[in-house]
Design a protein around this ligand. Structure first.
Ligand SMILES: C[C@H](O)CC(=O)SCCNC(=O)CCNC(=O)[C@H](O)C(C)(C)COP(=O)(O)OP(=O)(O)OC[C@H]1O[C@@H](n2cnc3c(N)ncnc32)[C@H](O)[C@@H]1OP(=O)(O)O
Ligand SMILES: NC(=O)c1ccc[n+]([C@@H]2O[C@H](COP(=O)([O-])OP(=O)(O)OC[C@H]3O[C@@H](n4cnc5c(N)ncnc54)[C@H](O)[C@@H]3O)[C@@H](O)[C@H]2O)c1
Length: 257
């Protein structure tokens, strides 16, 4: 599907990987709705982009909140063609740490935002996309989810985060199969380590240790590189039901040294 002239919603679009998609997609001729819980960052980015962008404060775990964002996309842009699910949170906690067992509340929160929030946004967006006239390929929409390499090689302290991202990996094929009859493709990106506020929040020793594990290129990924793959997924009709690692060949070691 060509991006130019299309309407896109980016959850978590106020920061990091999502913000890079907002920038690249609007430069590519799309109109973009930034759906993020952070209103300060979201409004600032929407202002920077101008007429091609709008911000709606959105909590991806809340059905009414996502419905309100989709209503705004429908009213402002006339339709929704692409959803990029970037909203997510991190957590580092051992299953059995020195202060006792992993907090169940923290585990639940990470699953709620990363996994259930992703599913909530995609199921409601798919309903809106299903109203679109199909293009010559029969496409009505494209959904891009964000997992992580931690879905496959989660480190010590990543039980909750890896479970949430593994859930996104696991649902990619069945959701793509479900939505095939609607002409909606579903692809998940599993990023390695990217230079965003989420990664900056890791303790310095963890970041240094991870960088030493990056074969090539030996650096953090740039958010624009995530956005380039997201744009390609929109443009290439043959990509569907797949999880793509975008990681410079990194494999996370079992612990941070
Ligand atoms: C973000 C993208 O999606 C990409 C990625 O995912 S990039 C990868 C990101 N990686 C991470 O986030 C890694 C997260 N993990 C961590 O930061 C750390 O492993 C962690 C903070 C969770 C755990 O740290 P750790 O210090 O081992 O915590 P904890 O188990 O509570 O142990 C603290 C101390 O108590 C000791 N201890 C632990 N359990 C104990 C027990 N049952 N009895 C007695 N002592 C114990 C430990 O030996 C440790 O002592 P040390 O300082 O001498 O080593
Ligand atoms: N940075 C990396 O190295 C990396 C690697 C692998 C996967 N990821 C994943 O990529 C996605 C984007 O991460 P990032 O690095 O850009 O982080 P980030 O913190 O820069 O951006 C995440 C955005 O999600 C928003 N958000 C959080 N909870 C929300 C909620 N309930 N509703 C709506 N918005 C919410 C935040 O306000 C923030 O703007 C996340 O899912 C993250 O797990 C990041």
């Amino acid at each position: 599907m060509e991006l130019s002239g299309k309407s896109v919603m980016v959850t978590g679009g106020a920061s990091g990987l999502g913000a890079a998609c907002v920038r690249l997609f609007s430069q590519s001729g799309a109109r973009v709705l930034i759906a993020d819980i952070n209103s300060e960052g979201g409004q600032k980015l929407a202002q920077e982009i101008g007429a091609a962008a709008r911000f709606v404060q959105t909590n991806v775990v809340d059905e009414a909140s996502v419905q309100a964002a989709l209503k705004e996309a429908q009213e402002a842009f006339g339709a929704l063609h692409v959803l990029v699910n970037c909203a997510g949170i991190g957590l580092a906690e051992r299953t059995l740490g020195k202060h006792g067992p992993h907090s169940l509340e923290a585990f639940t929160r990470v699953i709620q935002v990363n996994l259930i929030g992703t599913f909530n946004a995609l199921r409601l967006a798919a309903q809106l996309m299903s109203n679109n006239e199909p293009n010559t390929e029969g496409e009505r929409g494209v959904i891009i989810n964000t997992a992580s390499v931690a879905a496959f090689d989660g480190q010590i302290g990543q039980a909750a985060y890896s479970a949430s991202k593994g859930g996104i990996v696991g649902m990619t094929l069945p959701v793509a199969r479900d939505l095939a009859r609607n002409g909606i493709r579903v692809v998940t990106i599993a990023p390695g380590i990217f230079d965003t506020p989420l990664m900056a929040a890791l303790p310095e020793p963890a970041r240094v240790s991870l960088l030493q594990q990056a074969p090539f290129p030996p650096r953090l990924g740039k958010p624009e590189e995530y956005a380039l793959l997201a744009r390609h997924i929109v443009e290439n009709p043959m990509l569907n039901g797949e999880v793509i690692r975008l990681d410079g060949a990194i494999r996370l070691p079992y612990l941070i040294r």
